[in-house]
Every structure is written in C-alpha cells, then in structure tokens.
Design a protein around this ligand. Structure first.
Ligand SMILES: [Zn+2]
Length: 188
C-alpha cells in the first residue's frame, strides 16, 4: 500500500547493526515509490517539500504507533491528517473495466501537495475501510518495519518470518542457552 511504503522510507537495519537510512533523501527511492503508486510529479521535491514530506511521515508514524498499540488516535492528529488531505482535491470518475464499475479518484493537480494528500488518504482509507487493528510494527526492535497484517488469524508478528522471524528465533535460542550455561549446576 501507498502509506506503509511511505512510512518504511525510514529504514532500520533489521540485523541489528544499528544502521538506518532515510530513503526520502534518496532520489532513486522517491522515483521508484512514485512509479509503484502512479504518483505523477515530474520534479523531485525541493527542500521545502521534502521537509513537508518528512513532517507528514512523522505524523503518520505517530498515528500508526498508537494504532499498533491499540490506543486511540487523538482528534488533533486526525485534524492534521485532514489538513494534508485538503492539499489534493480529487475528481471522481465512474469507470467500467469490462467486469465491474469502480469510482476512480483522479488528482486535480500533479504537485507534491497532491502526492502528500494521496498518501495521507491512503492511511485514512485503511482506517475507515480496512481494519485498523491489523496495523503492526515488526516485533524485532532493530527493524520496526510497518505493515498491515492480512493473515487470516492476525498472527503476523514480524515483517518477514524468514528474515526477522528467524533472526528472533535464533536470538531467543541463544539467550536460553546462555541462561542455562550460567545457571549453577544442581547437586547430584
Ligand atoms: Zn522486521
């Protein structure tokens, strides 16, 4: 989805090196993100727009952290998100794709303000039409990847079971071994 891709532009090395990257500072990342979501703006964001993008990201991160902890989102944050969405008025178009009717929303302008509005709206839609209790942050504290748990039994604890899931399993195993080794031996 648009919103979680955007939030994960703040990347943390899940292997625990402590390294992190702000991918909003990488023009190639921005281009790929735009292309993946059909966000048409010709020019890369200027300094002011980049700052606004990062502000939006922290706002959305705050909301997601609350949601992942099953806490309510304060009205103030909702209002801030609404203000960002005002920056991108859309036109509604009824389209027939040969199988079904859909209402397509088309941005009226190709600006960074419109991109930010779209991004904010993508989270708003998940909250309103999806299931906000499925929003998760990877339980590997080094990773903190944000995702939507769409598994049937809502049991997804890590962004990726093969990567973070495995790593945490290994860490738990080692911690257990270490604790066992440190325990004084029982007298016979
Ligand atoms: Zn992870």
């Amino acid at each position: 989805m648009l919103w979680d891709d955007f939030l994960n532009s703040e990347w943390h090395d899940w292997r625990g090196s402590g390294r992190s990257e702000d991918r909003l500072d990488q023009p190639e990342w921005i281009r790929k993100w735009q292309e993946a979501h059909g966000l048409a703006v010709e020019r890369l964001p200027d300094a002011r727009q980049l700052e606004a993008l990062k502000r939006l990201r922290s706002l959305m991160q705050s909301m997601v952290k609350l949601l992942a902890a099953e806490e309510p989102v304060p009205e103030l944050l909702i209002e801030e998100l609404n203000q960002v969405m005002e920056g991108g008025p859309v036109l509604r178009r009824l389209v027939w794709n040969g199988e079904q009717y859909r209402v397509r929303l088309e941005a009226q302008r190709s600006t960074w303000e419109a991109v930010m509005a779209e991004t904010a709206a993508s989270l708003a839609r998940t909250l309103a039409e999806g299931d906000p209790t499925r929003i998760r942050i990877c339980e590997n504290r080094d990773c903190l990847w944000i995702y939507y748990d769409d598994t049937r039994n809502r049991s997804k604890r890590y962004c990726d079971d093969k990567l973070c899931g495995n790593l945490m399993k290994v860490r738990r195993f080692r911690a257990k071994k270490k604790a066992e080794a440190e325990e004084p031996e029982e007298p016979e």
